[in-house]
Every structure is written in C-alpha cells, then in structure tokens.
Design a protein around this ligand. Sequence first.
Ligand code: ADP
Length: 498
Amino acid sequence: METASTMASVRHAFADGSFRRMLIDGKWVEAASGKRFESRNPATGELLATVAEGDSEDINRAVLAARTAFHGPWSRVTPYERQKLLLKFADLVERHFDELSTLDTLDMGAPISRTSGLRLRVLGMLRYYAGQATSIHGETIPNSLPGEIFSYTLKEPVGVVGAIIPWNGPLAATVWKIGPVLATGCTVVLKPAEEAPLTSLRLGELALEAGVPPGVVNIVPGYGETAGAALAAHSGVDKVAFTGSHVTGQSIVRASAGNLKRVSLELGGKSPDIVFSDADIDAAVPGAAMAVFANSGQICSAGTRLFVEQRIYDEFVDRVASFGTGLRVGNGLDPQTQIGPLVSEQQLDRVTKYLSLGREEGARAVTGGERLTEGPLANGYFVPPTVFANVRDDMRIAQEEIFGPVISAIPFTDMDDLIQRANSTMFGLGSGVWTRDVSKAHRLARAIRAGSVWVNCYQAMDPAVPFGGYKMSGYGRESGLQHMEEYLNVKAVWIKTA
Ligand code: ADP
C-alpha cells in the first residue's frame, strides 16, 4: 500500500505547480496588477499552483463583464436553454468528478473518502437547479379594487451576484453558488477562498465547455480584504451571497450599505448535539463523533457542543473518545484516511490555541488535545480528534467556534434547563437530538433556535431542503425553493383593462 509520504508526490493536471489565471468575460487573464499567490497542499506543504491574485481592479472588470452579460443576450436565453446548460454542466462535472474531488483533497486537505463521497450532493444540486430553471413563475393575484384591473407578479433575476465562498468544501460551495445563478438568469462574480481556489477555477473551465456565455460566470481568486471587500462594496453588484465567518459576515453587511444590495449570509455555528439516555447509543456514538470530526471539524454546522444526559455521560463520552482515537489521521489522498489536515497554518494556530485554552479553563482532554507531528504528519497541519470532558457552558471552548475536530462534552439532567442552555450561544445553525422518544424529539425540534434540527442523524443535506441560520449564523436559505427566491426579485404588474 502507498504511504502518505509517497502519495505526496502524486501529480494532478490542474495542480502541477503551474500558473492559473482568473476567468473574466469568458477569458483566462492575469491580474491587472500582475500579482500572483501560491496554493499549497496542507498535508505536505507542496506547491500546487501559483494563482492570479485579483484585487479591486479585477473585481471592477469582472463586475462590468457580469453586468454587460446580464443585460445582453443572456437576458433572452430561455428557461429551457438555461436548464439544458445546467444539465450539460452537470454531465461534465460528473465526467470529471474524480479529478474535481481529488483537487479538493489536494487544495484543502479533506480525505478523498469524503470528497469523492460528495458525488450525489454535487450532481444532485446541479440537476435540482436545472429542474428549477423551468419552474420559476409569478402568480396571478385577485385584487379588490373597483373597475377592471388585473394584477400579477413576475419573478425576475436579481442581477449581478457577488459570491464569496470559504475553503472548507470548494467543489460543493462553488456549485451551491453557481447553480441558482444559472437557474434564475443572474450573472456572477465568484471569489474563492485564498486557501483553496483551484477547484472553482477548474469548474470555470467546465462551465465554459458547457456553453455558459462569456461574462455569465466570472471567477476572481484573491484575498478577502482586497478582492472580497471590493466585491462586497461594489455598486454594480445587486446581491452578495456569502459563506464564511460571522465576523466577515458583519463586514459584508456594512459594505453592502453603499448601494443597499441584497445579502444572504451562511455563517458560523456552535451547534448543540443532544444525547438522551434513551437513545440508540450504538448509533449515537459514531453519529455524535462524526458530527464534529468529519472534515476535521471544518464544517459550520458541526455539532461541537455535545450535551449528554448525566446518567450516561461518563460512559458515552468515553465511547465517543475511543471512536475518535480509532479514526485514521493522515494525507487525504490515502483512501484509508478518515481525518485529514487542517487547511492552513493559521487554522492550526487557531485550533491549537483553543486546545491550550480548554485545558487552562479546567476541561480534560479525554483523547487528542495536541497537534500531531510524527513521521509524514510533520509537514502538515494535523490535529487529532479531541474530546474535552468537564466542560461548563461558560467556557470559551463551549461558546466560540473552533473550526477544528474538537468536541466540548457537557452533562445535563433537566429538559427545560437543557433547552435554555442549548440555545444560549449567539449562533443558531445546526443541532442534533438523539432519542427514541418521539415526543422529546418533537419538543426539541420546536424549541431549538437553529436552521436545521437533525434527529437520530446529523448533517443530512439535500438540494430540495433549505439550509441556513438563525441569530448570528446568518440569514437567507440555500437549497430548496427558498434558495431560488434569494436570487429573484418580485415585480407586481397592474393592467387596467376597463
Ligand atoms: P474562514 O474563517 O472560514 O476563512 P472568512 O470569513 O475569513 O472565513 O473567509 C470566507 C471568505 O470570505 C473567503 O473567501 C475570504 O477571502 C473572504 N473574506 C475575508 N474577509 C473578507 C472581507 N472583509 N470582505 C469580503 N470577503 C472577505
């Protein structure tokens, strides 16, 4: 079997160390400034590509291209033709799926077992949006005015969309932004995360191959404070669709004020995952563990506050810890790997600071708790699955988003008290409940203030089911019919007929 170190030298046609340009108006161009930045494999430090580094000048050019395309022939492309484009794009993504998922693994570290497992999700999204393209319609609405006056609504594309995505799943995140753009007839300038821009750029190539007209999809890699900020503030952008941290989300909202562009935000979380003593414990142990350890904890809706009923607390926490200890950490290219590296040195610093903080606050690491540096792991940003016991609600490891494979396990006894504690963070993205008692499940499903409640499972996602936040986890929904509305304006039309 190959080892992590021999696999470090595996080459990928799109990550062979060469230069990658940005996509503006259907052409692959250098940054106006000529600047470039590096993209490296977080498991090995190896250089994957140098990438054109966009800033405000490139954003200006891309927004102009998107605006011109929006008002040009694209506005006359029929829903059926947009559907065909999306289906063709989906077919190309399917044909190149292994290449794309490997690119995600190389660029941001997630195990290939995970990235290749996203096939149904990614293709399902594209084909769902294709279905939506021909299903968008207004309504005929009776009114009560005197005389003959007819009223109806039109649903119109909102216009130029600025899409800003994070690095924790570039393939799915890019499709989640481009899909509704093509379905509704909008145009987009997408800024991938500086940590992992390659899959978005490769998807740009496939979009052109599918026949997406010039200017409809533009991809401008660059840093958040420059390219991202310029896009969020741009007066030629009608809507920003942002996924990332709540602090950046706040900057986006402030930046949007200049032209009052529409904003949708999918931000962070500190989601409660609640285990009752009547749960199917054999299912709840791996469920609660992977609700956090999947993708090394780099998922905004990870169930990081693990509330366990006091009666089973010690046993359950030990079992989750042993499950975590048994997970194989390594280079994501190894098919056996279950936990890859964190994406960057910056994330490593952030997560290891929380590991120290947890101990200082008096929590006990039942497993994990230190960075891994042995053998082939030395060159990457590896943190093992970590479970903290003896966690109190007021500790920072129980309140702040760590974005690493770190569980804070907290005991509970009383249901009313539990509900109040589960809701007492500033976030409200995901939540989990493990119980065999259907009345407890229903009660918590209503009581938890979060955009998703998963009962006896965690992190289920489907293109038809809306996903999004309460409170400081953001606003707007992605997936489902609500997602389409985020990209549409409603126009009322009145026609006096007599
Ligand atoms: P994370 O902690 O997940 O990296 P960020 O919110 O920092 O979350 O980054 C998510 C995306 O937001 C990235 O594409 C990043 O470049 C971009 N970004 C960061 N800062 C800003 C900003 N001030 N304005 C717009 N985009 C930004």
